[in-house]
Design a protein around this ligand. Structure first.
Ligand SMILES: NC(=O)c1ccc[n+]([C@@H]2O[C@H](COP(=O)([O-])OP(=O)(O)OC[C@H]3O[C@@H](n4cnc5c(N)ncnc54)[C@H](OP(=O)(O)O)[C@@H]3O)[C@@H](O)[C@H]2O)c1
Length: 309
């Protein structure tokens, strides 16, 4: 676990996408770490990447956290230009401005940069080959950040969910309240990861990195896989949710039937195996996120405490 940090150690912290799943948790996990500046879409429009340059220059941050992204995987197939502006060019501008100020940029990417064909967990040095526009645009964002030449941490994560926002857990709780039977894809394997775990890990690693615990920036700047432990399919994830949901559903849990991706056609193709190895994160920072089942228990406890809606 991270040691307690001195208050305001990170100065002015610019958080983009603070209304999203991960952004919201970052606002919580970085509370007290500095002055949080969280411009919304109106002030920070990722669809106009160049406008972010002036925003960063006027805010003069000491640290940039960027969980903002175009995350509508299926819609991206028909909104390619917008997906690339938000996921590739805007992070590139942020990285250029971070490099200019010599400050750290933290960014998130996705397991969907891989084609899913490997049978063992993907490592950071594996060749990406995205199957869809979302994955290609996120890969282009990684490359733009790497080319800017500054300090960065890119955390590739997967199957993000939590108590808030649009995600699989909340969709299952809604559908499970309405239906007696659900058909869920069982041939895509991945690592469900909570926004809570991601934000807590980000805080601990940023504290350590900027506090000098991991050596000079050249030692730790880079791309890391960051997911909860273990793996499952969407079907396995759905069953785990309903096994634990109890009183969160107004009726008995639905029957969950396994289907294949071919039975559930979507505009965007998705990888069969997108399990990521977290070995590099663990060996570099000595940090591991909770197992996905533990994280699911925690997310459901949070939903019980705040109400399902
Ligand atoms: N969700 C997943 O399953 C998943 C999986 C792997 C990786 N990731 C990555 O993890 C990171 C966080 O994802 P998330 O699930 O927290 O995303 P999310 O809940 O969809 O939130 C996206 C955020 O980006 C903002 N945004 C979108 N388009 C924008 C635009 N044109 N201008 C300004 N802001 C814009 C949204 O603002 P509004 O509230 O105004 O819409 C929101 O704050 C992203 O990098 C994502 O690619 C996510």
């Amino acid at each position: 676990m991270a040691e307690p940090s001195p208050p305001h150690q990170h100065g002015r912290i610019l958080i983009l996408g603070a209304t999203g799943q991960v952004g919201r948790e970052l606002v919580r996990s970085f509370a007290g770490a500095g002055e949080l500046l969280c411009p919304g879409r109106g002030q920070a429009d990722f669809a106009s990447p160049e406008s972010l340059r002036n925003l960063v220059r006027s805010i003069e941050p000491d640290l940039i956290l960027n969980p903002a992204a175009y995350t509508a995987v299926d819609r991206a197939e028909s909104e390619r230009d917008l997906a690339y502006a938000v996921n590739a060019r805007a992070p590139g501008v942020l990285a250029e401005e971070a490099a200019r100020r010599n400050i750290l940029l933290v960014h998130y990417s996705t397991d969907y940069v891989f084609d899913g064909a490997k049978t063992s967990p993907w490592v950071e040095t594996d060749e990406p080959a995205p199957l869809n526009v979302y994955g290609s645009s996120k890969l282009a964002g990684e490359e733009a950040i790497q080319q800017a030449g500054g300090q960065y941490l890119i955390f590739r994560t997967s199957w993000v969910y939590g108590a808030h926002g649009h995600n699989f857990l909340r969709t299952m709780l809604r559908l499970g309240s309405e239906r007696d039977q659900l058909r869920i894809v069982n041939d895509q394997t991945g690592m469900p990861t909570t926004s809570i775990e991601l934000a807590n890990a980000t805080r601990a690693i940023v504290d350590g990195a900027r506090g000098g615990r991991f050596g000079p920036a050249e030692k730790w700047t880079g791309l890391y896989h960051m997911t909860c432990g273990g793996s499952t399919t969407w079907y396995g994830f759905a069953r785990a949710i309903f096994a634990r949901a109890g009183a969160l559903l107004p009726k008995p849990a639905p029957e969950v039937l396994p289907i294949t991706s071919a039975d559930y056609a979507t505009p965007a193709k998705r990888p069969g195996n997108s399990v990521l190895s977290n070995q590099k994160l663990q060996s570099r920072f000595g940090f591991a996120l909770a197992h996905w089942e533990q994280a699911l228990d925690d997310a459901l406890s949070l939903i019980r405490s705040i109400g399902a809606n």
